[in-house]
Ligand binder design. Structure first.
Ligand SMILES: [Zn+2]
Length: 317
């Protein structure tokens, strides 16, 4: 498909839509993992972006949506979720080298060192030799789906029960792979003018699992804590997990009322002019994204395939 020009064709056809990329973890060249993108792969991806796209900042994309101004052609914005230190260590030097902007969504209690992220605790448990069947690679997604539905205190009790059953204790501090950035590292990135720091809540709850008052607190307190830590305004928000069903319509309004200019989710898609700036779809990039799958999603092939499959399903109903 690539050699016969399909990629170029879909790239041109989707030129008016903005792509927002979603990253989570990074590792050094030669180190591979299911989630972490190595610096060798990153370098190839950033070079591809530089060659074929116009890399812009997320606040710029959101501002255009809020003011009704069309996006420039072939625009891409980069986002990274959660606040882990591997972003500062591995991605940030490359952002400086390529002069590419990005937005880093951080969990404020994680940066403050109050606790580490519950999803990482589950992943850490899944890496231990005594892991139960429910945390094996083929079942962990289903286990996350179950945990996502629980209220935070029940979820914590469930995770602690798994650890007790495994006879391990969850470390108080995040192990190095899951460690957070410090405030000074975040400030250094923000001061470079390349990295926007956005909010990803205080404790990373699935918003659909908590009350309206609790989600309001997560939205406003995380914003206040990050603004205090950085000494700069926070304007972008990222929904934890971010799939349909992980948040309510009323919480999209809460994000706006809390003073954010826009928000991203984790549903796959591209951003068209006129789209709701508080529910922006993204394109996920993982350690398993090779050059072909990266360009396939970036160039719009995956987007048109998904649309075609949807219309085929509708026609066969
Ligand atoms: Zn997250």
């Amino acid at each position: 498909m690539r050699s016969c020009g399909v990629f170029t064709l879909t790239r041109v056809a989707s030129a008016n839509m903005t792509r927002i990329l979603m990253y989570h973890n990074f590792s050094m060249a030669g180190e591979t993992g299911p989630d972490a993108v190595s610096t060798a792969d990153l370098r190839r991806q950033l070079a591809y972006l530089r060659r074929h796209f116009n890399v812009v900042s997320l606040p710029g994309v959101i501002e255009r949506l809020n003011t009704g101004k069309p996006q420039d052609r072939l625009t891409v914005a980069l986002t990274i979720d959660d606040g882990r230190r591997n972003c500062f260590e591995f991605l940030f030097p490359l952002l400086k080298e390529f002069e590419i902007p990005a937005t880093f969504f951080v969990v404020s209690s994680f940066i403050r060192g109050d606790d580490w992220i519950w999803t990482d605790k589950v992943l850490w448990l899944s890496e231990q030799p005594s892991r139960p069947r429910e945390l094996s690679s083929d079942r962990i997604e289903a286990s996350f789906a179950n945990l996502n539905r629980l209220r935070p205190e029940t979820r914590t009790a469930s995770i602690n029960a798994i650890a007790a059953q495994m006879a391990v204790s969850i470390p108080v501090q995040a192990p190095p792979k899951y460690a957070p950035c410090s405030w000074s590292e975040l400030r250094e990135m923000a001061d470079s003018g390349l990295m926007e720091i956005g909010s990803h809540t205080v404790t990373h709850p699935i918003l659909a699992s908590i009350t309206e008052q609790e989600s309001w607190n997560e939205l406003t307190l995380s914003r206040a804590q990050i603004e205090e830590g950085l000494g700069r305004p926070v304007v972008s928000f990222c929904f934890p997990n971010g799939k349909h069903g992980d948040y309510r319509q009323s919480q999209l309004r809460q994000v706006r009322d809390a003073g954010y200019a826009g928000a991203v989710v984790a549903e796959f898609g591209m951003v068209a002019n006129g789209q709701d700036p508080y529910e922006l779809p993204r394109i996920g990039v993982s350690g398993q994204s090779d050059v072909l799958s990266f360009s396939k999603s970036l160039d719009g092939v995956e987007y048109y395939q998904a649309r075609l499959q949807k219309s085929c399903r509708l026609q066969t109903r």
